[in-house]
Design a protein around this ligand. Structure first.
Ligand code: G
Ligand code: G
Ligand code: MN
Ligand code: NA
Length: 253
């Protein structure tokens, strides 16, 4: 329970903030955008990962506040990079149970207003759990988010039990293919067939696909040939602090 108490303090002290992992055009290696990944810089435990502190934040009903802090900092830091055309997208995760801490669309609207971040460059990553836990509520929230002009990505696609027909009725622009699927496209014929089918479905629904967890050149090449160019994974870059992200972007022309 010590860590749980420390979490409350850490949020006051702004010890939890955004790191960034590049999303790259696999055909030419250009950075298209970033996914924001929360990190806790603990004064004596070192780097604490979201798998540890998000469940604690959930127990204490702090997910909404945590989201606002992280997204506010991320949008403030990256807005200049978006305005100068160095980043087209900044993608931020929301937790399924964040609904309980209040409206996600209201929080996002506030962040856009306060930071001046361009709405059309913001991507909100949701999971199937969020949709399936309360479809009516999800539908309302996603509509409101869409009205703000932000994009919605369905994260971890391929791990859940989505009802494809309810997905197709929601304003979702990106499918993020989970790395458990991507890890199979190198040599596994069945894995390739599954990913091809998902790419075709996405195209039919006018959704864009981001392949996650790409670790090898073989996977990257196969995906580009299959028509999937938005790539994310350790092959291109690990989550890193803002200063490191800036170093990986092209200099002013
Ligand atoms: O890369 P990483 O180990 O940080 O991510 C672990 C998990 O935590 C992933 O499922 C990721 O989506 C989630 N995650 C990372 N940052 C955030 C965040 O700011 N908010 C939420 N809700 N989830 C996050
Ligand atoms: O659930 P979500 O897709 O948001 O999770 C992002 C998580 O995936 C983070 O923990 C991030 O560090 C991790 N991740 C990103 N790229 C790779 C990769 O190429 N391989 C592995 N094993 N993990 C990755
Ligand atoms: Mn994600
Ligand atoms: Na994922």
């Amino acid at each position: 329970r010590l860590l749980e108490l420390e979490l409350v303090l850490a949020m006051d002290r702004q010890e939890i903030g955004p790191w960034y992992q590049p999303i790259v055009d696999g055909a030419n290696q250009r950075v298209l955008g970033v996914e924001v990944l929360a990190r806790w810089h603990h004064p004596y435990r070192g780097l604490v990962l979201p798998g540890v502190f998000l469940p604690l934040a959930e127990e204490r009903n702090l997910l909404g506040q945590l989201f606002t802090q992280i997204a506010m900092q991320a949008c403030t830091e990256t807005a200049p990079l978006v305005r100068s055309g160095k980043l087209a997208y900044v993608s931020i995760n929301v937790s399924p149970s964040q609904f309980k801490s209040g409206s996600i669309a209201a929080a996002v609207g506030l962040i856009l207003n306060q930071t001046g971040f361009p709405a059309t460059s913001l991507v909100v990553e949701i999971t199937e759990d969020l949709i399936m836990s309360d479809l009516a509520r999800a539908r309302r929230e996603l509509r409101e988010l869409a009205q703000l002009g932000v994009r919605i990505a369905l994260d971890d696609f391929g791990t859940g039990y989505s009802n494809i027909s309810s997905l197709s009725s929601l304003p979702i622009q990106w499918l993020k293919l989970d790395r458990s699927l991507i890890s199979r496209v190198g040599d596994d014929r069945v894995g390739q067939v599954i990913v091809q089918a998902v790419l075709q479905m996405a195209q039919a629904l006018s959704m864009d696909v981001v392949a996650e967890g790409i670790e090898t050149e073989v996977q990257a090449r196969w995906l580009v040939e299959a028509g999937c160019r938005k790539h994310q994974g350790f092959l291109y870059g690990r989550p890193a602090p803002f200063d490191e992200l800036q170093l990986t972007l092209p200099k002013e022309i």
